[in-house]
Design a protein around this ligand. Structure first.
Ligand code: ADP
Ligand code: MG
Length: 284
């Protein structure tokens, strides 16, 4: 494409809320075959609410919620915000975030672990009493986390994050344009599969740690567009053929991306691809 047609294309995109930070991204998009989306905050609103509290035998609901909310107060993860806004928490004495796994804290003199089964396995916490609940909640597309107090699993808390209204339409359009659509998430496989089925996603990679998102992007081939919003997504945004950041997401993601969707609407991905195709057609 000529410099002029690229300028016209990026100008038109900007009017539609799609900012090209690099002009060559407009050309790179023309070769795209696969679009991979992060889940939380990208395809979903990223504002989950606490929807379920399933207790282990003998556990006290108010105590579990107080300890959990106290432990999560130091975390900026959307899961943490859902838990802290649902219950008043005790002050935490210590706190540590374990990215992609959960958190570890000391509250009221007790050791609290909250997170994925992987975190429980690593700390020899047995949660077999809660496994059926965990799977059922994940099957509903919710994100379950296990709460352990002094090494004993006490509850599964589930948070539910609504799918963005235009996500289904965006995926339909991408399919019509001949693209394959994937999802790459740190969330549990069961949750990811349920959400993917609701949106019409072709391929799911779940349970990946932040570094694993890069491998997942690379495994989809060279002409991959990756769309994400989180600090976790920045390495994958930089590694993709074209990285598209959600404008309502973190600054780190925006800085790593080639294109920014101002409103955070996934339909912006369709707009970016359409404009890139128009620019190519105009110069033929
Ligand atoms: P995503 O890619 O969907 O944004 P993350 O990589 O941030 O997911 O987190 C992966 C998993 O780690 C979560 O599904 C959850 O099980 C656990 N986790 C992460 N942060 C927290 C937290 N603050 N509290 C509880 N669990 C957490
Ligand atoms: Mg995210």
């Amino acid at each position: 494409a000529t410099p002029t047609s690229i300028m016209v294309g990026t100008g038109r995109a900007a009017e539609l809320g799609v900012l090209f930070r690099k002009g060559d991204a407009l050309q790179a998009l023309q070769g795209a075959r696969v679009v991979a989306f992060d889940k939380t905050g990208t395809l979903t609103e990223g504002k989950p609410r606490l929807t379920d509290v399933a207790l282990a035998p003998g556990a006290d609901r108010a105590t579990v919620l107080r300890l959990a909310a106290g432990a999560e107060a130091g975390s900026e993860h959307p899961i943490a915000r859902a838990i802290t806004s649902a219950a008043p928490g005790a002050a935490a004495e210590t706190f540590e975030a374990l990215p992609g796994k959960g958190i570890m804290a000391r509250v009221e003199g007790r050791d609290i672990l909250i997170g994925a089964p992987r975190l429980m396995d690593e700390n020899d916490v047995i949660y077999s009493d809660l496994e059926t609940e965990y799977r059922a909640l994940a099957g509903q597309g919710k994100t379950p986390v296990i709460v352990a107090v002094d090494g004993v699993a006490k509850a599964v808390l589930a948070v539910s994050d609504p799918i963005k209204p235009s996500a289904v339409k965006a995926v339909q359009r991408l399919h019509q344009m001949g693209l394959k659509v994937a999802m790459i998430t740190g969330d549990a496989q069961g949750t990811a599969d349920a959400i993917a089925a609701q949106i019409g996603i072709d391929q799911v990679t779940a349970g990946v740690l932040p570094a694993g998102k890069i491998d997942a992007v690379k495994s989809l081939g060279r002409d991959v567009v990756f769309v994400g919003d989180g600090i976790n997504d920045a390495p994958a945004l930089a590694a993709a053929g074209v990285g598209i950041a959600i404008g309502t997401g973190t600054d780190v993601a925006i800085e790593a991306a080639d294109v920014v969707l101002i409103s955070g609407d996934p339909m912006g991905v369709v707009t970016a691809l359409q404009i890139s195709r128009q620019v190519l057609r105009n110069i033929k």
